[in-house]
Design a protein around this ligand. Structure first.
Ligand code: FPP
Length: 252
């Protein structure tokens, strides 16, 4: 349990992370090409950002392309890369005007220079916005993120910048892509799959998980509200005992 996390009644989640799944099945069920599913998925992404803002979610992290997704057919990969480009190019000014800070997490080295420039541009333009933070996980894999963080630590130790014996959870967390972000309280996965699929393995250590059968292109306001309501029914204890027993034992 990190500082500030206390057992007790659940509040509204400040940081929600979503594994957006089911675009392909959504398209298949309608006899449409998979690409149409992704296109509709981008529409659902846009409305999820709007809904998050309206529902008081301050940070929304969306898993849009995993390190494993490179194994998909080349046409699908380039379509998804194109969607990211289109999203940043078309939506950046609107997001900026709405006070949204955009962050991209994931490995940058595998990205083409034009996408890397676009991503850096989006982050630079919006970095002082405070209304809401939108985190796009792109070319993201939690194991890859932890490996990259470990390399940074090893380099710092080798250069004498840190003492290896003093490395603790906070030191490692400060080298992750999410260094400046609080952990998500809620992780949602759509499409009925119940796996974490290499998403925020470190950060979701104490998160609540909500799995919904809704396919991502159909994830609308009502589905978002239902996931938040499900979260509200959970009791988060962070490994401690529930409140009445704590009190009986004389805990603060
Ligand atoms: C999972 O559906 C979805 C993805 C791998 C990509 C998510 C992409 C979007 C929501 C579009 C917006 C994209 C960007 C890059 C901003 P799936 O294809 O695995 O669905 P299936 O499991 O039904 O086949």
């Amino acid at each position: 349990m990190s500082a500030g996390q206390r057992p007790g009644p659940t509040a509204h989640p400040g940081h929600v992370a979503i594994i957006m799944d089911g675009n392909g099945r959504w398209a298949q069920m309608r006899g449409l090409p998979r690409q149409e599913g992704h296109r509709r998925g981008l529409e659902a992404l846009r409305s999820a950002v709007r809904n998050a803002g309206e529902l008081g979610v301050r940070i929304l992290t969306l898993y849009s392309f995993s390190t494993e997704n490179w194994r998909r057919p080349a046409t699908e990969v380039s379509f998804l890369l194109g969607l990211l480009k289109r999203f940043v190019e078309k939506d950046l000014s609107e997001l900026h005007a709405a006070g949204v800070r955009v962050r991209i997490i994931g490995g940058r080295d595998d990205l083409t220079p034009d996408i890397r420039r676009l991503v850096e541009h989006a982050e630079t333009v919006t970095r002082d916005n405070t209304r809401m933070t939108l985190v796009i996980a792109f070319n993201y894999g939690a194991r890859d993120e932890i490996v990259r963080a470990t390399r940074k630590l090893a380099r710092d130790a080798a250069a004498g910048r840190i003492d290896a014996a003093t490395i603790d959870e906070a030191t490692l967390a400060s080298r992750l892509d999410t260094a400046d972000l609080p952990d998500p309280e809620l992780v949602i996965r759509t499409s009925g799959e119940t796996r974490i699929s290499n998403f925020l393995l470190w950060q979701a250590a104490y998160a609540e998980f909500v799995f919904t059968p809704v396919l991502w292109p159909d994830f609308n306001r009502a589905a978002f509200e239902e996931a938040l309501a499900e979260y509200g029914r959970r009791e988060r204890r962070f490994g401690a005992l529930s409140e009445p027993i704590d009190r009986a034992a004389g805990a603060a």
